[in-house]
Design a protein around this ligand. Structure first.
Ligand code: SF4
Length: 345
């Protein structure tokens, strides 16, 4: 293990890809990069990270920013709960930790949105703490290296992987060691066609010796995506479309959207649209024309979205009392521009 660790460290130092967050020791900047890198490619993250840090250069700036500004800086990165959690955690750090990120994984995990992985990454990379990380790349590398031929979705297998990652992290330069494992998984020990002949730890690798690297790690088949029927309305008045803010929890929480929602069991599209407009926009409909339905695939569900257009809402709608989370926006380019941009942010 010690020799494998040494090889990984020297390989990482010679081969690591240039990334701007690797040039800093600022825990805040490292934390932001870790939050952005979840489910997102490095090349996509770089310009977002640079813009985010110039707009919110420290914990206090993020903690005191308007949530819409934070979501606007995040627009296009997806998984928006990450941005909301970042700000919620920044507020706790600002108020309870004097604006400085805690330097231990245990305290970091008490903050909103910071789980075991992010806590380990920040503690090891920013503070040199011997804490492990276990993302998809590290799971794959360790499963192959150690010949773990059990379903990595099982909690016992996952716990074993955390223990092995923890054993590797103990020693000099834990942050570099963790990054070496992630880098190896991203560039050499890839899901398909791993480049074992260029691997710095091939001589210790069980999967390489047995020739079954590509079949590891073992993952049980995922459940089929849940099918959801949804409705949405394009309410147009004087060249502008009505936008409403989504509930702060759940899918795309807190963002601006066209009014609508998921149908409940047994509900017709018409009844669902009537309910959704009443609940989300405080409007009553009397007439609407159907737009073509579309399928939208998400990570956990496949939605069939039925649209309705109300081009003359003065006839179709009975305005309800003014809603703070309603505003109108120009309907042009709705398909290809972020809604927050259209609402003038
Ligand atoms: S030898 Fe091959 S399978 Fe083993 S860790 Fe290296 S790249 Fe992965």
């Amino acid at each position: 293990m010690r020799l494998a660790r040494k090889r990984l460290l020297s390989w990482y130092r010679a081969n690591k890809r240039a990334m701007p967050w690797r040039e800093t020791r600022d825990p805040y900047a490292i934390w932001i990069s870790e939050a952005m890198l979840q489910q997102t490619r490095v090349e996509t993250v770089i310009p977002y990270w640079e813009r985010f840090l110039s707009r919110f250069p420290d914990v206090h700036a993020l903690a005191t920013a308007d949530l819409d500004d934070v979501l606007g800086a995040w627009a296009g990165l997806g998984y928006y709960s990450r941005a909301r959690n970042l700000q919620a955690a920044a507020r706790v750090i600002d108020q309870d930790h004097g604006g400085k990120l805690p330097d231990d994984a245990e305290t970091l995990q008490t903050l909103p949105g910071i789980g075991r992985y992010t806590a380990g990454a920040v503690a090891s990379i920013a503070f040199d703490r011997p804490e492990p990380v276990l993302d998809g790349n590290v799971k794959r590398v360790l499963a192959r290296l150690l010949g773990i031929r059990k379903d990595i979705g099982q909690s016992a297998t996952l716990e074993r992987l955390w223990e092995e990652a923890g054993a590797l992290a103990r020693g000099p330069h834990p942050g570099d060691l963790n990054q070496a494992l992630m880098e190896l998984g991203a560039t050499v020990c890839t899901p398909r066609a791993p480049r074992c002949e260029s691997c710095p730890v091939s001589q210790f690798c069980d999967a390489w010796a047995k020739g079954d690297a590509e079949s590891l790690p073992i993952k049980a088949r995922k459940k089929a995506a849940r099918k959801v029927e949804a409705v949405t309305a394009l309410v147009v008045r004087r060249g502008k479309a009505l936008a409403v803010r989504r509930p702060s929890r759940g899918l795309l929480g807190g963002l601006w959207d066209l009014p609508g929602g998921d149908l409940v069991a047994g509900e017709t599209p018409r009844a669902g649209l009537t309910r959704a407009l009443r609940e989300r926009a405080g409007l009553e409909i009397s007439r609407a024309s159907a737009l073509p339905s579309q399928y939208v695939d998400g990570s956990r569900s496949a939605r069939r979205l039925r649209g309705s257009q109300m081009a003359r809402p003065s006839r179709n709608l009975l305005p309800a009392p003014r809603q703070p989370d309603r505003q109108s926006t120009r309907p042009a380019h709705l398909a290809d521009r972020p809604i927050l941009e259209l609402t003038g942010r």
